[in-house]
Design a protein around this ligand. Sequence first.
Ligand SMILES: [Zn+2]
Length: 162
Amino acid sequence: MNAETSLLNLKFESAAMLKARVQEYAKSEGFAVVTCNSNIRSLVLRCRHHGKSRNTRNLSDDGKQGTTKRKVVKMSMRTGCPWVLRATINFPYWSINEISGAHNHTSLGRNPMIYHQHRVLADDEYQKLDDYMSAKARNIVMYEALRNANGAPKMTMKVSGY
Ligand SMILES: [Zn+2]
């Protein structure tokens, strides 16, 4: 039985618990889920790479000075990934009815630092991180960029060699 199949056999006391469990699974697989649709009876989760891709915008460092200005690459995280999970409540428990679609992108979560920090990042921060990774930024750059309100780094440097 694979991981997805075993998810299908679980029952949850709430949609939030279901999503949390799926998010754990997603993390272990190197992706993350977002809520696409939810109401009191059903929940649809998709891979965060779902949806139409926007145009990729490349801002290269062809500035007048020509120089050491860091190249900024902004890439869309949307790849139209078809992965989808549908869950419904069968009172009193929530369960997953369907998981379908194969991911059409490489996973981001294999970076052990990001894997570790997955849960502390808000959506927009994850997006930022995703952009950095797409731009192949070094971890130290991401580490410096993501800070709490008090200025303390949000990520911990768990991995040596970065
Ligand atoms: Zn995906």
